[in-house]
Design a protein around this ligand. Structure first.
Ligand SMILES: Cc1cc2nc3c(=O)[nH]c(=O)nc-3n(C[C@H](O)[C@H](O)[C@H](O)COP(=O)(O)O)c2cc1C
Length: 159
């Protein structure tokens, strides 16, 4: 098997420009959890399915494994602080945010360009990440003119 340097791999993958999402869920005790993720992909149109990859060593992966479903929020440029909050360690990531209850009681954060409220359909091993495929049960589309938050070469940018 070829040895690929992880830094080189990260730099190569960083040449792929993405948007930024915040993905929220509920843990086995019904507590809110979430993280910033740019591994979001829409997968299937019929049925509507999306995926997100969550690292095995993250503080949130156990909550995702509880399979209560998840909500993907596509962030607007104005939500850079929300992205940083959901990537920070040792804080309440929901602090100060407008959060409502969505499908199955899942936490929905206000202000996103789009939200996908999902039931967990499949979970696959993906090396040091788990791949969660969700079936979209509800969705919303926000401001069609607002710029999106982007991520490229390890930095945020505006679409
Ligand atoms: C732009 C951006 C994208 C990220 N994408 C992912 C991702 O797709 N999957 C993931 O597991 N972590 C991702 N992270 C890292 C998490 O947001 C978080 O920082 C990480 O889970 C460590 O926090 P924790 O262990 O305290 O939960 C990303 C971080 C940033 C800033």
């Amino acid at each position: 098997m070829a040895t690929i340097d992880p830094i080189e791999f990260r730099n190569a993958a960083g040449q792929f420009m993405t948007g930024v999402t915040v993905v929220t869920t509920l843990d086995a005790d019904g507590e809110r959890a979430g993280l910033t993720a740019n591994s979001f992909t829409s997968v299937s149109l019929n049925p509507p399915m999306v995926l997100v990859c969550v690292g095995h060593d993250t503080s949130t992966v156990e909550a995702f494994k509880a399979q209560n479903g998840f909500v993907v929020h596509v962030l607007a440029d104005a939500q850079k602080d929300v992205s940083m909050q959901f990537a920070a360690k040792g804080i309440d990531r929901f602090e100060g945010l407008d959060v409502s209850e969505g499908y199955d009681g899942l936490p929905v954060v206000a202000g996103a360009l789009a939200t996908f409220e999902c039931s967990t359909a499949h979970v696959y091993e993906g090396g040091d990440h788990l791949i969660f495929v969700g079936q979209v049960q509800r969705l919303s589309t926000g401001d069609a003119d607002a710029p999106a938050l982007g991520y490229f070469r390890g930095r945020y940018f505006t679409s």
